[in-house]
Design a protein around this ligand. Structure first.
Ligand SMILES: Cc1cc2nc3c(=O)[nH]c(=O)nc-3n(C[C@H](O)[C@H](O)[C@H](O)COP(=O)(O)O)c2cc1C
Length: 413
């Protein structure tokens, strides 16, 4: 079979053509000026990779161990709500493709499938992303349900108690359930494939939240989230989840390395360094720029995952070099999902795998643990003439230089 998509950028372009605009913009857009959305990309592009030839790269492996489980590549499919808007039963398709590649799938609380459906989709690892609701009893029920259905880890998302201002959604009148304005009806006619699939499957519904909360009062997604999520959530709340959840506990949405000690104090196992893909705090720092400081603070005591803006295997290599244990993708697999369901997500993951393979071989990292900060340099920021090493750049961002410059085997460049 020949494929028309050879990169995540190809999938994005196909998704842009195939989805009605209000759906594509919901997936693709960021908050406010979309400054962070753009910065996520430019920060990654500023980091240049150092090729290592000649090095014996005849055998390379992408195997990675997270919380004692082995996976086939250092990539996870992260939680994305309303995936069913891209493709019917989208959450199940994402989970099945992740399973094929032996990587974890993180199911969103805002999923458009039930927890039972996702738990039964393929034999691979499923993790659950939890929101802490105003009504704590709802979150407690979700924690015990995730435990009893065999979800292997819990990610608590902490960065959207107040929703970001998503202007594309506001301009498009994106609402839940979908409200059929004349503009939306016109875009249905222009996207017959999506319209037919959605008509057959029925409009996507936030199954988990609908079962627990009811959605009658919902208008926009932002209003729905604002009405249910609790802006008072702090480390005390994470503490009770720690007590309730028997398994790896991960906090998602962190950008402040100064909070690492609090996570360690209450027995958190991992963090997802994330700016929610530029959908929340407009102007937030790119995650790749703050990652070395997290590694410096956490040492080897926490598993560090990172997301926001990752689209290629070379991007993943950058994160591994700067201290991440693995990368979560959001839009990369959603664009693919919109193009052809499970088969396209499977293909997108194969693309990321082979891109990472090329990068790791040319960088001389036979194992994922071989990646280190000596393998990257920070391209000069605008106005600077001399390239900075990533380590110097990291030290300028205040992280201790020694930890940042060491690779995982403790070798200094
Ligand atoms: C359409 C969409 C829906 C999302 N829904 C959720 C969600 O329900 N829970 C969550 O923790 N993060 C959610 N996120 C954020 C992602 O988990 C992730 O942080 C972000 O997509 C990473 O950036 P990337 O899309 O550039 O890879 C969502 C992101 C997108 C694009």
């Amino acid at each position: 079979m020949t494929h028309r998509q050879h990169s995540i950028a190809d999938f994005r372009e196909t998704a842009r053509r195939r989805l009605p605009r209000f759906v594509f913009d919901f997936i693709d857009g960021g908050s406010g000026t979309e400054n962070t959305l753009a910065e996520n990309r430019s920060a990654l592009d500023r980091i240049r990779l150092v090729g290592s030839a000649p090095t014996d790269i005849s055998t390379c492996s992408q195997t990675v161990s997270l919380f004692g489980q082995h996976y086939d590549m250092p990539v996870l499919i992260g939680p994305t709500g309303l995936a069913g808007a891209a493709w019917p039963r989208g959450d199940v398709d994402l989970a099945r493709a992740a399973s094929t590649h032996n990587i974890p799938f993180v199911m969103s609380t805002a999923a458009t499938a039930t927890m039972e459906d996702v738990a039964g989709a393929g034999s691979g690892a499923k993790w659950f992303q939890l929101y802490i609701f105003k009504d704590r009893a709802v979150s407690k029920r979700l924690v015990s349900k995730a435990q009893s259905l065999g979800f292997g880890a819990l990610e608590i998302t902490v960065d959207n108690a107040i929703p970001g201002r998503r202007l594309r959604d506001a301009r498009n009148g994106f609402s839940l359930p979908f409200r059929w304005t004349p503009a939306k009806l016109a875009s249905l006619a222009a996207h017959p494939g999506w319209s037919l699939r959605t008509a057959r499957a029925g409009a996507p519904k936030l199954e988990v939240m609908a079962a627990e909360l009811g959605l009658e009062k919902a208008d926009t997604i932002a209003e729905l989230m604002q009405s249910q999520l609790d802006p008072s959530v702090d480390w005390e709340d994470i503490k009770w989840v720690r007590e309730a959840w028997d398994g790896p506990l991960i906090v998602k949405g962190m950008l402040d390395p100064g909070q690492v000690s609090k996570a360690l104090d209450i027995g958190v196992d991992g963090l997802v360094i994330s700016n929610h893909g530029g959908r929340q705090l407009d102007g937030a720092i790119a995650t790749i720029d703050i990652l070395p400081e997290f590694r410096a603070e956490a040492g080897s005591k926490l598993t560090l995952l990172v997301d926001s803006g990752f689209r290629t295997g070379s991007d993943i290599a950058r994160a591994l070099a700067l201290g991440a244990d693995a990368v979560q993708v959001g839009r990369a697999t959603l664009y693919a999902l919109a193009c052809g369901g499970e088969a396209s997500v499977d293909q997108a993951l194969s693309i990321l795998k082979s891109e990472l393979n090329v990068a790791q071989m040319l960088m001389g990292a036979r194992e994922i643990q071989d990646f280190g900060a000596s393998m990257v340099r920070c391209h000069p920021a605008p106005g600077k003439s001399e390239p900075m090493t990533a380590a110097v750049a990291a030290s300028q961002r205040s992280g201790p230089l020694s930890l940042v410059t060491e690779n995982r085997q403790g070798k200094l460049p």
